[in-house]
Design a binder for this molecule. Structure first.
Ligand code: PMV
Length: 314
């Protein structure tokens, strides 16, 4: 048996950080940027090849669920889920999703690995169960994740997400065109989430007010996405960025990129994901896209991607 399995990257459009504290957030899959697993049945104990992720081959006759290695942990918890004492075969993992940029690389790799193990064991793995397994591994990356990353990556649909509530999928009327710009700076979400927690302890009233304002933005953004009202949506994005600055998770390179995108004609722009590094997203249309991409490169972006949410290809 040979099979290719894939999962998308993701982008948070509204509500990062506040979502950890129960406020709504909106995120969407990046269908063009994906992680892949090539699965091959063999008679040997499971080998995971992840050379593209700078990893030596992992041979896992006895993976440990309490390992701090995400691939080993997923192998262990997925085998336990299926009550399988051993898994045989080879899984080669590769990913186009930049690592530690808030684009869901960890969740996508975990999702393809869980599905690959199910395929080797010839067992079904429902989206809900995949989501729960990936969430367990996300705790390694995030400490106390809201669950938004694994949900978007596993269901591959734009979502209006509130922690511990039933999922709402968002219908997108017109493709939403984004330019993503990478600062080239890696940032650990676990650390930015901890920084926001410290700020909340020191300044509860002010921080709570920022969470409320971010939650209100995510609430208003849902209808603007559904109707395709880009000017309103852009304003909400830029306002969300200001509130993330108030939570001290932006940085001078991120602010420079947001300013450059706005100056070049984007409807709005904000950092996306944990912050302090990673990417910004700018909302554009066909007229402004080229100018925004050039402005972002001139302002120091290491890489820009033009993408569209709500259609197959950009
Ligand atoms: O994985 P990132 O960097 O996109 O961050 C996830 C979003 C946060 O709200 C910062 C954390 C969380 O668990 O929701």
């Amino acid at each position: 048996m040979k099979r290719l399995i894939s999962a998308p990257g993701k982008v948070i459009l509204f509500g990062e950080h506040a979502v950890v504290y129960g406020r709504p957030a909106i995120a969407a899959p990046l269908s063009q940027i994906r992680a892949y697993a090539d699965v091959r049945s063999t008679d040997e104990p499971l080998t995971i090849l992840a050379g593209e992720l700078d990893r030596p081959p992992l041979r896992l006759p006895d993976a440990q669920p309490d390992s701090t290695d995400p691939l080993e942990m997923m192998t262990a918890i997925a085998s336990r889920f299926f009550c399988a004492s051993s898994v045989k075969g080879e899984i080669a993992i590769r990913s186009d999703i930049p690592i530690a940029r808030g684009l869901g690389s960890g969740a996508a790799v975990s999702a393809v690995l869980a599905r690959a193990i199910a395929a080797l064991l010839k067992r079904e793995l429902s989206p809900d169960d995949t989501n729960s397994l990936v969430y367990e591994v996300e705790k390694l990356h995030h400490g106390r994740p809201s669950g938004i990353d694994n949900t978007v990556v596993v269901f591959e649909e734009p979502v209006y997400f509130v922690k511990d509530r039933r999922l709402d999928f968002i219908r997108i009327a017109r493709p939403l065109r984004l330019v993503l710009a990478d600062t080239g700076i890696s940032a650990l979400t676990r650390e930015t989430v901890a920084a926001v927690r410290d700020l909340y302890k020191k300044q509860p009233t002010r921080t709570q007010a920022a969470f409320d304002a971010i939650g209100a933005i995510a609430e208003s953004a849902g209808p603007s996405i559904e109707t395709g009202d880009w000017p309103s949506l852009g304003e909400l994005m830029t306002e969300n960025h200001r509130l993330l600055q108030a939570l001290a998770v932006s940085s001078p390179p991120l602010d420079r990129l947001v300013a450059a995108a706005l100056h070049a004609g984007a409807f709005g722009a904000k950092l996306s994901g944990g912050g302090r590094g990673g990417v910004i997203i700018a909302l554009v249309d066909d007229n402004s896209r080229g100018a925004v991409q050039r402005a972002l490169l001139a302002a120091g972006a290491k890489r820009v991607y033009a993408t569209a949410i709500g259609e197959e290809t950009a």
